[in-house]
Ligand binder design. Structure first.
Ligand code: C2E
Ligand code: CA
Ligand code: CA
Ligand code: CA
Length: 275
């Protein structure tokens, strides 16, 4: 048994080694990804719940890795945060998203995800101002998505920055609503325009009356606080119709369109905006 234990430990050590090397390799690659033009934005359509019209797109980051292929954000954003790379990457995302959106027909909006680290860095407001100026995008067409994690950390600094962003004329959305430590106090203390209901609720809604009740309550809360409500992860027509009855304002999900590369957007608009 003793031998087994040592063997297991050696195996563990070796595994940790491989894992550490993997991470190190990823870090080195990620450091050069921006420079090598390997980061791409995909765009997923946002849809009005009543008329099913396109209201904009959310920018979602992808890494076109030379050997690993297309890597999704869940596999590298956290690393980028840990390694202090997210601010540079986030700045690129802001500029690229605004630049793309400026070419779309108004009033289509673009939504951009922000990491809490971008607030900690202190120059976020300047970055947003610069991205708007350089792209010429109307500020009201930019929506910034933040998560509850940011509000938990804080501090007066966050509120000041959110207010400064609002003063630029951009919109603020609370992302993944309901998954974190959602304190209702955040909703009125911070200047939100919209809440996005996490897709785990939408996925569970049909088979689970309690979840449906929660969703109904969230949409009512949104109306009460004068916030728009987006439902994420809408995959079926049945979900869309239930959520429409609950008076959600916007949908996002595979039913209406998957995240697509920039090159596909003109075709998607042509096909789906035709009256
Ligand atoms: P998120 O902001 O909640 O984005 C929505 C995620 O749900 C996207 O995953 C999208 O592809 C996926 N999704 C959309 N519709 C459906 C659906 O109908 N069914 C299912 N099963 N999934 C759906 P993605 O692109 O892998 O992004 C994951 C997360 O990575 C995002 O979650 C966001 O938190 C983060 N992220 C993406 N881009 C950025 C970025 O530029 N900066 C930062 N800081 N985070 C980003
Ligand atoms: Ca988001
Ligand atoms: Ca979300
Ligand atoms: Ca999410």
């Amino acid at each position: 048994a003793k031998g087994d234990g040592r063997g297991a430990y050696r195996f563990f050590e070796a595994t940790m080694d491989v894992w550490a090397q993997e991470r190190r390799a990823l870090e080195i690659d990620l450091r050069s990804a921006l420079r090598n033009d390997e980061l791409k934005l995909f765009f997923q359509p946002l849809i009005g719940a009543k008329g099913h019209e396109i209201t904009g797109f959310e920018a979602l980051l992808r890494w076109q890795h030379p050997r690993r292929g297309l890597v999704g954000p869940d596999d590298f954003i956290e690393c980028a945060e840990q390694w202090g790379l997210i601010c540079k990457i986030g700045e690129w995302v802001l500029h690229e998203a605004c630049r793309q959106a400026a070419a779309w027909p108004a009033p289509l909006k673009v939504a951009v995800n922000l990491s809490p680290n971008q607030f900690a860095a202190g120059d976020l407001v300047d970055q947003v101002r610069t991205a708007l100026r350089e792209s010429g995008l109307e500020p009201s067409r930019l929506e910034l998505e933040i998560t509850e994690g940011l509000l938990l950390r804080d501090t007066a600094g966050t509120l000041d920055q959110l207010r400064a962003l609002k003063d630029l004329g951009v919109r603020i959305a609370m992302d993944d609503f309901g998954t974190g430590y959602s304190s209702l106090a955040y909703l009125w203390r911070f200047p939100f325009d919209k809440i996005k209901i996490d897709r785990t609720f939408v996925a569970e809604m049909s088979g689970n009356p309690a979840i449906a009740d929660i969703l109904r309550t969230i949409t009512l809360l949104g109306r009460t606080l004068n916030l728009e409500v987006t439902a994420e992860g809408v995959e079926t027509a049945e979900q869309a119709s239930i959520l429409e009855d609950m008076r959600c304002d916007h949908f996002q999900g595979y039913l209406f369109g998957r995240p697509m590369p920039i090159a596909d957007i003109p075709g998607y608009l042509l096909e789906n905006m035709a009256q």
